[in-house]
Design a protein around this ligand. Structure first.
Ligand code: UD1
Ligand code: MG
Length: 451
């Protein structure tokens, strides 16, 4: 990482009208994280230290998100939309502070890689005053064209201002640019708005820098990496690319994905080596799965830690606050919430465990329910180590089942059970010999025929 000081200005003023949404565009999530969160993470990973964000009017939700994810980053409002250079200049107050590298990033371009931002910075370190990120889209319509000569970037021509010949150029401006901090304000200040749109184009900095004898170059990125999001169709396309990247990275890091295209990861999913994920598994945020664990098909996990050698599913749901100890087992049609399941414990079938602690090696029978909620408060169920809960039991919290205790099947347990005791909390069975035979005989003489 470089020891040069750095600032990134994130443009997040996009109106997002084509998203048809009440949510600011850059807050739409990719892998569960708002797009602008991806850009921030990527920039931090590229060693960028300081951030400033330019937002549009009525961006309360965005301000709240930034307060969490980029605390201390000044936020500037661009009240009138007068072009990309005008937007960057809204952050003039921070641009006038010294920085070696100034990057202009877009909150709606979430797939940009840290390596690419580092390449932009490396060119500044080599002496360029302006570095532009270029790409070759399959259809260049609408993009600014990069006019090069002898390896130098001479100008960026917006499509509306381009000649027919210039429009033939396929190398296009992705929008992301890097400036030497020493000249950025001077260059931006010199930009005018005499063009087809009457806007202050950031891209005009290229020609101005050339006129001043400064070095300007373009570097190339994959088209996939610089795709911006304007509609929900593009949002879904970006999500698909993000997922494909994350699945590949997980597999290369030692995770087995039996059917990778059917597994959906979250921006913060942590899967250790030698984890196996079967088909059709969805990870919400905050999941960590440790080495040797298996997530069987059709499971949904969120806010959960699965320790080594544990097994989940098929068809299991782990909700926030779940912690499965080593070699614990959560089987089919089991829901776990805010509960620790100890090492080697088994919760194999058709069960709800919420607000609970299940001790190591305990066995929770099919159909067990922790009754954790009375309509007002949540209460805790504790199941001791090695305890055995018979099938179809209801454990009415707060309640503690002692270590090694048994609960008879079908019990409704409302009081604590001592260690190693047996609790039977159901009506005693009554048997009436010959009753069925007498019943049938009676019906044969009196029952009306069904019509
Ligand atoms: C811009 C580039 C073009 C490039 C393309 C890549 C300029 C002049 N042109 O064109 O060379 O190929 O992006 O997608 O920079 N914005 C503001 N305030 C404004 C205007 C824009 O915040 O006043 C933001 C937009 O919300 C958007 C970004 O800047 O996130 C780009 O603006 P947009 O109007 O989409 O520029 P393009 O015409 O696409
Ligand atoms: Mg655009």
């Amino acid at each position: 990482m470089s020891d040069r000081s750095s600032l990134a200005v994130l443009l997040a003023a996009g109106e997002g009208t084509r998203m048809r949404s009440g949510l600011p565009k850059v807050l739409h999530p990719v892998a569960g994280l708002p797009m602008i969160g991806h850009v921030l993470a990527s920039a931090k990973c590229a060693g960028i230290e300081r951030f400033a964000v330019v937002v549009g009017p009525s961006a309360e939700g965005l301000r709240a998100f930034l307060a969490k994810r980029a605390p201390g980053a000044p936020i500037f409002e661009q009240t009138e939309r007068r072009g990309t250079a005008h937007a960057v200049l809204a952050a003039r107050a921070v641009l006038s502070e010294p920085a070696d590298d100034v990057l202009v990033l877009y909150g709606d371009t979430p797939l940009v890689r840290p390596e690419t931002l580092a390449r932009l910075r490396a060119e500044l370190a080599k002496g360029a005053a302006v570095v532009v990120l270029g790409f070759r889209p399959s259809d260049p319509a609408g993009y600014g064209r990069l006019l090069e000569s002898e390896g130098r970037l001479v100008a960026i021509r917006e499509e509306k201002d381009a000649t027919a010949e210039e429009r033939q150029i396929r190398f296009c401006n992705a929008g992301l640019m890097a400036f030497a901090g020493s000249s950025v304000l001077d260059l931006l200040g010199a930009i005018g708005n005499a063009n087809a749109k009457g806007e202050f184009y950031l891209t005009d900095a290229v020609e101005i820098a050339n006129q001043r004898g400064l070095a300007v170059i373009a570097i190339e990125a994959d088209a996939e990496e610089v795709g911006g999001v304007n509609t929900r169709v593009e949002l879904a396309a970006v999500e698909a690319i993000w997922q494909a990247r994350a699945r590949k990275a997980a597999m290369l890091a030692g995770v087995s994905l039996v059917a990778p295209d059917t597994v959906f990861l979250s921006h913060d999913t942590v899967l250790e080596a030698d984890v196996t994920i079967e088909p059709n598994v969805v990870f919400g945020p905050g999941v960590r799965v440790e080495s040797g664990a298996v997530i069987h098909a059709f499971s949904h996990l969120e806010g959960a830690r699965v320790e080594s050698g544990a097994a989940v599913g098929p068809f299991a749901r782990l909700r926030p606050g779940t912690a499965l100890g080593p070699k614990a087992k959560v089987g089919n049609f089991v829901e776990v919430k805010n509960a620790e399941i100890g090492a080697g414990a088994k919760v194999s079938h058709l069960t709800y465990i919420g607000d609970a602690k299940v001790g190591a090696e305990a066995n929770v029978g099919a159909g067990t329910i922790t009754c954790n909620y009375d309509g007002f408060d949540k209460a805790l169920t504790i199941i001791g180590e090695g305890a055995f809960i018979g099938s179809n039991s209801a454990l009415v919290a707060p309640v503690t089942i002692g270590d090694g205790a048994y609960v008879a099947s079908g019990s409704v347990v409302t009081e604590d059970v001592a260690p190693d005791a047996l609790a039977i909390a159901r009506a005693r069975q009554v048997e009436k010999p010959g009753w069925a035979e007498r019943f049938r005989a009676f019906k044969a003489t009196t029952a009306r025929k069904r019509v």
